[in-house]
Design a protein around this ligand. Structure first.
Ligand code: ADP
Length: 456
């Protein structure tokens, strides 16, 4: 039974008991007349009712005050402590219902705040820029990427998009969509950095059909990759066309002028040279394609780098002698038995030595030095040729890049250094080039080597 009902029944019973007491006094003759008995009983009942009502009022006031205090605490956002025992009368039930509603709201707010924080974290970690303009034309949301791409100020949220988004193209497209235009996408470059190319996709905010969401993609790298691919195809076509044109021209000359044996021999030699060049080009292209596709595996075994370098120098001795070049080699004792992929190291060094011999003027010097430095095998191929102009140093490892088109060696494919770089990368190493103080280029390859097997 509820406490206020209990209290009312108790008070009524108490009043009836006092009236009954007046009646008993009347019967026992303690009072002289029924009127006095009733008056006495009613008086006592009235006093008891007053005392009871006062006690109830004080109790109600205290509880109401406690409920007001809790309400104030909740209003300040402190819902850490649960409400007290409100009691089971009407006041208690009303307070409990309100308390429950407040806690339910708090649960919803916490859940919304969690969702919002999660959304902010997702938007913040996106590489794409996202911004939302509401139907009133104010910037409602902008993530970090969009802020950086369009140089949007940190306090721009809430401001009219015309002010907040500084790019005229973006402003124009947002305006068009806000006034009922169709979803669209367009390309543009930022005012801050014209070399960066962006694509903006605009659409109405899903569900509501009002407001605009803009997603920005940075397509600079994609475009660059596409350009590299196009240049590559153009380069390959050009490199193949040159020897092909020569082969066809000399073949036609052979057909037309087949009487002079000396001319025939010369034409055939030229045809042979160009065919060899085409063969080298196709071979290098296929090798690059294999390396690109990760189809060349590393096969490591202990190798003698001194002997490997010596073998290359012997192979190239005729070319070096033809230009009267001095070729010197030095290999530290630690380079014997290093664990590398010897075939790939051979290709790296051969390419570099071939270049050094080709680009150094007659009578010049070429030096190959190999040393083990800690866990690295370091091989330097240097010459005293023309060196690499500083502006080209970062580009010589690109496919078909030649410092001076007219200086490109006749048998070269323009792919040698690109292959060298790929092979060094495959080893987990690197190749670099620098110009020597006394003139000439120095190419250095650093390759990590596996621990040498214990000698038995
Ligand atoms: P190529 O077949 O033309 O030699 P590479 O990829 O081997 O192609 O070299 C790229 C370019 O780097 C060359 O065309 C040349 O301009 C430059 N180069 C390479 N090695 C040297 C060197 N030792 N000295 C001067 N320039 C060099």
């Amino acid at each position: 039974m509820r406490s206020d009902t209990r209290f009312t029944i108790f008070a009524a019973a108490f009043g009836v008991a006092l009236l009954a007491l007046g009646f008993v006094w009347l019967v026992e003759g303690a009072v002289s007349s029924p009127g006095v008995a009733v008056a006495l009983g009613a008086g006592l009942a009235a006093i008891a009712a007053f005392v009871t009502a006062s006690a109830l009022a004080v109790r109600y006031r205290n509880r109401a005050q406690a409920i007001v205090d809790i309400g104030r605490r909740y209003a300040l956002g402190d819902l850490s402590r649960p409400g007290p025992d409100y009691g089971d009368d009407d006041l208690g039930m009303a307070a409990r219902a309100l308390d429950g509603a407040v806690h339910e709201q708090e649960r919803r707010i916490t859940s919304l705040a969690r969702d919002r924080a999660r959304m902010q974290a997702i938007l913040g970690s996106m590489v794409e820029g996202v911004l939302v303009v509401d139907e009133g034309g104010r910037l409602q949301l902008v993530n970090e990427a969009a802020r950086l791409m369009l140089r949007i100020e940190s306090d721009a949220v809430g401001r009219p998009y015309v002010e907040a988004l500084r790019h005229p193209g973006v402003v124009e497209h947002v305006g068009r969509l806000l006034t009922g235009g169709a979803p669209q996408a367009f390309e543009f470059s930022t005012t801050r950095d014209a070399s960066r190319e962006l694509v903006a996709r605009l659409a109405p905010v899903a569900g509501t059909g009002r407001g605009v969401v803009v997603v920005l993609h940075d397509v600079t790298d994609l475009k660059r990759a596409d350009q590299i691919r196009r240049d590559f195809v153009a380069n390959v076509s050009h490199e193949l066309r040159t020897p092909l044109t020569a082969i066809r021209g000399y073949a036609e000359a052979l057909v037309d002028d087949s009487d002079d044996p000396e001319a025939r021999r010369r034409f055939l030699e030229i045809i042979q040279r160009h065919a060899t060049r085409m063969e080298r080009l196709v071979k290098d292209l296929l090798r690059l394609a294999m390396l690109d596709a990760g189809k060349e595996a590393l096969e490591t075994a202990p190798a003698d780098i001194g002997a490997l370098v010596q073998g290359i120098v012997e192979d190239m001795s005729a070319a070096a002698a033809a230009k009267h070049l001095r070729v010197t080699t030095a290999a530290g004792p630690d380079t014997r038995g290093v664990v590398v992929d010897a075939a790939k190291v051979h290709d790296i060094v051969r390419n570099l030595v071939e270049n050094a011999i080709n680009y150094t003027q007659p009578g010049g010097d070429v030096a190959i030095v190999a040393a083990a430095e800690g866990a690295m095998l370091v091989i330097t191929v240097s010459d005293n040729g023309p060196g690499i102009p500083p502006e080209d140093v970062s580009r010589v490892f690109e496919r078909f890049y030649r410092v001076d088109k007219s200086r490109g060696r006749p048998g070269g494919t323009g792919l040698g250094l690109a292959i060298v770089k790929h092979l060094a990368d495959l080893h987990g190493g690197a190749v670099t080039v620098e110009n020597r103080a006394l003139g000439g280029a120095a190419f250095t390859v650093r390759l990590p080597v596996a621990p040498r097997p214990a000698l038995t």
